[in-house]
Ligand binder design. Structure first.
Ligand SMILES: [Zn+2]
Length: 566
């Protein structure tokens, strides 16, 4: 995605500009402008969207005069302006660690994202609407093999590609092509044609017969307190999801609400995700009926259309036609790349980053994998020989059902597993932070704007070792890593697979909203953030390499307290 920054800014229309454009011909125009200016100053130029439920547009036009949404990914999900990110901190004695320089790591990240772009360009999955680095497909295998090659080129002798077979009971459902079309009707205004909401992403299961046409019914946030008053029978229920962070946090609300709607007779469920931009989103599911996510800008359009239809008394209901083609895969094959850097001791520290991804996956988990490669280059140098033996895993990951990189590693390397005193999962570590901005896009949808730092990073330590916690504190002071202030025993994503080891599992993980969406592109990765994390982890591994085992795994602390959802 390109064209962000100044071009993006030029493309934006502010509310104030709209007021001015409308004002000049009015009587006492100058007074009006002065008043507007005064109002703007008084509100600190805060800009408000026109708002849902606003009166129908004055000019009759298609779709009740609601501005049409932008095409999929045609505008950046996040406004990334020209001001840079906070520079990385290079403590004394680290100036010659060139393998940790942000630009070097970013080059690797670009290569990793390149495997996803190739998956898209070659239509690895069906029509090419879905892409990524998908375990069981060449895109993931190429990424893992590239990582193995980097480990070898770094000078590590013991590098293996280890195959993983998909659990025979598991199946992966993938949509190979799809369409979500709102059906036009002259009653919605002159020139109303069918419109495809391009950010729609099917989550399964299949539509009976592959296609479905039904009226839409808006159900708000989908709580039973609302839905018990609504008739959703035979309709497509549209529920609103406002993620506060990454979508994992919404699973426990969205799926039960969707299942409830299905029980009440909805033929399909649509989750409008009020998220940055207009992007595909693969997370959520288990809806109990055919289910779609819809991205921010398409969702904003759809909500307004449904409101205007209600205000205009269009009682027949706005209708949509859904089509989905899919395939279900079994017996898939993937692999891990495992590199062992012998230390002065036989005790093992595992460093893991998953290579699989939905869409570009620059943040989940391209950034983590590129940092892992930098660590391999660092510790492969004789001068940096580690105290404890390091097992580095470029993992087949955990997105494909029945394939789990960490479990595969432990099965293939029981000796390393037995000797492991600590596992570190490097997962989503260098995305920029962004927040709702002061500006809105031309359709009234609030902009999300990147700031100068990285998104908050949780440091999960399953046994809550006080010693390990001090290392995270030191990381904040030494490198400026944006670890959240609260301690956590959480173990998410890859970490669950390491539960059998006789040691702490550490999870280093951001949870930003664009996770598992097509909006997680290179633009939103912080280059100094990559450097910060790589330098911190080298420091962490060196300290943990020297610490007594009783500090890493205090005998009076249970090893695993955090739940491990995947
Ligand atoms: Zn991940």
């Amino acid at each position: 995605m390109s064209g962000h920054g100044p071009a993006r800014a030029r493309g934006r229309v502010t509310m104030n500009a709209r007021i001015f454009h409308g004002a000049p011909r009015a009587p006492h125009g100058r007074w009006l402008i002065a008043l507007c200016l005064a109002a703007s100053v008084a509100t600190g130029f805060a800009q408000q969207p026109a708002g849902r439920g606003a009166a129908a547009a004055k000019k009759p036009g298609p779709w009740f005069g609601v501005m049409l949404p932008p095409k999929l990914s045609s505008v950046p999900a996040v406004v990334v302006g020209d001001r840079g990110t906070r520079p990385a901190i290079v403590p004394q004695g680290e100036a010659n660690f060139h393998e940790f320089e942000g630009a070097t790591i970013r080059k690797d990240l670009e290569t990793i994202v390149g495997f996803s772009k190739e998956s898209r360009a070659t239509k690895e999955i069906g029509s090419g609407q879905l892409w990524g680095r998908i375990s069981g497909y060449p895109s993931s295998a190429k990424t893992i093999e590239w990582a193995a090659e980097q480990f070898r080129q770094a000078g590590i002798r013991d590098v293996k590609l280890q195959p993983i077979a998909q659990d025979p009971q598991s199946r992966m459902w993938l949509a190979t092509s799809w369409e979500f079309k709102l059906l036009g009707n002259p009653a919605y205004g002159p020139g109303t044609n069918d419109i495809v909401l391009e950010s729609a992403t099917p989550l399964g299961p299949d539509l009976p017969g592959g296609t479905l046409t039904a009226p839409l019914v808006y159900v708000g946030s989908g709580e039973p307190a609302v839905t018990e008053h609504l008739d959703v029978k035979g309709k497509i229920a549209v529920q609103l999801v406002i993620p506060q962070a990454h979508m994992v946090f919404e699973r426990t609300a969205v799926s039960p609400h969707a299942q409830d709607l299905a029980r009440r007779g909805a033929v399909a469920v649509v989750n409008i995700l009020r998220q940055p931009g207009n992007e595909y989103a693969r997370d959520l599911g288990g809806c109990g009926a055919p289910c779609f996510n819809i991205g921010g800008r398409d969702g904003w359009f759809l909500e307004q259309v449904l409101d205007r239809a209600a205000v205009a008394g269009v009682t027949s209901g706005v209708r949509a036609q859904l089509t989905v083609k899919s395939e279900t895969k079994t017996n898939l094959k993937a692999e891990n790349a495992v590199a062992v850097v012998p230390g002065k001791s036989d005790e093992v520290i595992i460093l893991d980053a998953h290579a699989d991804a939905w869409f570009d996956g620059a943040g989940d988990n391209g950034d983590g994998l590129s940092v892992l490669v930098a660590l391999a280059r660092h510790f492969a140098k004789p001068a940096n020989r580690p105290d404890r033996t390091l097992a580095l895993i470029a993992s087949a990951g955990h997105h494909t059902p029945g394939i789990n990189g960490p479990r595969g590693f432990l099965a293939a390397n029981p000796d390393l597993g037995k000797r492991a005193i600590l596992a570190v999962n490097i997962e989503h570590v260098a995305q920029r932070n962004f927040a709702p901005g002061r500006s809105v896009a031309p359709d009234g949808y609030r902009d999300f704007v990147a700031d100068s730092g990285e998104a908050p990073i949780t440091a999960g330590v399953t046994n809550e070792s006080p010693y390990l916690d001090t290392l995270f504190e030191q990381g904040v002071a030494r490198y400026g890593t944006n670890f959240v202030s609260a301690k956590s025993p959480m173990a998410s994503g890859e970490s669950g697979g390491f539960a059998p080891i006789n040691g702490a599992v550490v999870t280093i993980m951001q949870a930003p909203p664009l996770y598992h969406t097509s909006g997680e592109t290179l633009d939103i990765i912080s280059t100094p953030g990559l450097e910060r994390m790589a330098r911190f982890l080298a420091y962490f591994v060196k300290a943990a390499g020297k610490a007594p085992v009783k500090d890493i795994n205090p005998p009076d602390h249970p090893l695993h307290r955090g739940a491990a959802p995947e």
